[in-house]
Design a protein around this ligand. Structure first.
Ligand code: MEV
Length: 494
């Protein structure tokens, strides 16, 4: 991996639909990720410092020695990020100085789970920077540990929503996440304007439970039952009944003492104008409320919430979970050629990928190890073309002003972190309904190690050439059209 590589990721905020607080004590809850995202960019530093720029929360150039992170007094704006970085590095064989920059697409005031979203984004970004092959469960474990390190108590739901995205049923006991196939939730979201501190509210519930264990456990049990029924009714699309269940859920939350005057005002305004149901969402004490309403009533409900002093927030539910942000700049200029490979002009990546008449130059390399095995790479899920399919060892476009040789050596460094002497093999044309390429393919020998760029490459593997056609025929390896053509044209595939 090159030292100047920047990994940029984003993670969504969340809304709790039913089951808050009870979920901290092992009961289930249902919630949805919303398309209000926090972005985190991380890169390595040449020194051994941790540097954080989180200017949207007023933190600029916060720095300390890597060996000191997670220790001593940490400003609260840096807490989740610093602990997240520490917790990833505790599980990582490599160490390096790290720079983190965050940018929130939504205010931490709103109660959309910004602490968990930034924790998840930081864990994911740093794990990608060090190419740690973590699945969602491992990401969750490290993010959840970070949340517990900072605030001691919490169910982990917010982190699960930021990781998995969509609408999820989350088990507070074993922390499993079940995605729910629900497309659109007829929701209106109202912000009270009052910020509540989740950890404080969660602590107040814990104190209440210590004083009145039976009463509080009865409430949690009741909420748990509502969530189970809520799940079934949501899957049926019976939103009217879900609204009723939300009303019951709100009664329990009121009894727990986590509602507020302002929340109650917005909730009754929504109900008065015909919402099917309404409740607070999240920890309570302030932050947001949600209402369910038919299409016909939604505008009136929103207006009533505003009339009661709330702010209506329009956000899309069921948003995607944490993800790498694409690096494929759609404005990059590619070289367009005729069938004799003579330059006829320059067009953007976007234009070239949407018009098969714009034949553009691409380059590729087949890298073999000393045993004659061929290196293949699986394209990352953030590529704009053919995400998740297998390509040859390395491939890319020739941009304006570059020669083929310059382009392929740059690609080797960018995608695989190596440079290798190459010999030219062949030029050919390949295309499909979307695009046409003039490909130039080269060959090189290299045993590794490689340092794949996580923005570009999901995985690399040396494959026995003799087994390749069998694996392709069985669908075990799904090649891009360009890779298939390159392997055929060069005789690697029969
Ligand atoms: C906060 O979004 C939801 C709570 O249930 C706390 C938690 O689940 O950790 C109040």
């Amino acid at each position: 991996m090159k030292n100047n590589q920047t990994i940029t990721v984003s993670a969504p905020g969340k809304l709790l639909l039913m089951g808050e607080h009870a979920v901290v004590y092992g009961y289930p809850c249902i919630g949805t990720a919303i398309d209000e995202r926090i972005r985190v960019a991380v890169s390595r530093r040449d020194d051994s410092n941790f540097v954080l720029d989180a200017s949207d929360v007023g933190l600029r150039d916060y720095r300390r020695k890597m060996q000191d992170i997670g220790k001593g007094d940490i400003p609260k704006e840096a807490l989740f990020i610093e602990m997240a970085v520490r917790n990833v590095l505790l599980r990582c064989p490599q160490q390096a100085g790290i720079r983190v920059e965050t940018k929130a697409g939504f205010s931490s005031q709103l109660g959309f789970g910004s602490s968990s979203a930034v924790t998840v984004a930081s864990v994911f970004a740093v794990s990608q920077l060090f190419a740690l092959p973590w699945d969602k469960k491992e990401l969750f474990d490290v993010a959840y540990q970070t949340i517990l390190d900072v605030q001691q108590k919490g169910s982990g739901f917010d982190a699960a929503a930021a990781i998995y995205g969509g609408t999820i049923f989350f088990a507070g006991g074993d922390k499993t996440t079940v995605p729910l196939a629900i497309s659109a939730i007829p929701l209106v979201v109202g912000y009270t304007g009052a910020k509540a501190d989740t950890a404080t509210v969660v602590r107040s519930v814990a104190e209440k439970r210590e004083k009145y264990p039976e009463k509080v456990d009865r409430i949690f049990h009741g909420i748990g039952k509502l969530v189970d029924e809520g799940k079934a009714r949501m899957l049926d699309g019976d939103w009217e009944r879900v609204g009723k269940l939300m009303d019951f859920n709100q009664e329990y939350l009121r009894d727990l003492g986590v509602s507020s005057e302002k929340l109650e005002a917005l909730i009754s305004a929504a109900k008065r104008t015909g919402a099917w149901g309404a409740k607070l969402s999240g920890a309570g004490g302030g932050d947001c409320m949600i209402a369910l309403a038919s299409e016909a009533k939604r505008a009136a409900v929103a207006e009533a919430i505003v009339g009661a002093g709330g702010v209506v927030i329009n956000s899309t539910t069921g948003a995607p979970g944490v993800r790498l942000e694409t690096t494929d700049s759609q404005d990059e200029l590619f070289i367009v050629v005729d069938r004799n490979d003579t330059i006829v002009g320059y067009k953007t990546r976007h234009e070239c990928h949407h018009n098969p008449d714009l034949v553009h130059r691409t380059v590729g390399a087949l890298l073999f190890n000393a045993d004659g095995q061929l290196l293949l790479q699986k394209r990352s899920m953030t590529k704009d073309m053919d995400p998740g399919l297998w390509g040859i060892s390395c491939a890319g476009h020739v941009t304006k002003g570059q020669t083929d040789e310059e382009a392929i050596h740059r690609e080797l460094q960018e995608e695989l972190g190596v440079d290798v002497p190459l010999t030219f093999l062949k030029k050919f044309f390949v295309g499909d309904t979307r695009e046409t390429e003039r490909a130039a393919v080269y060959k090189g020998i290299h045993d590794g190690p490689f340092v794949p760029n996580a923005q570009e490459v999901a995985e690399i593997q040396f494959i026995d050439v003799a087994q390749l056609s069998g694996k392709v025929a069985k669908g075990e390896i799904q090649l891009t059209a360009g890779a298939f053509a390159a392997l055929k044209e060069t005789g690697v595939l029969p």
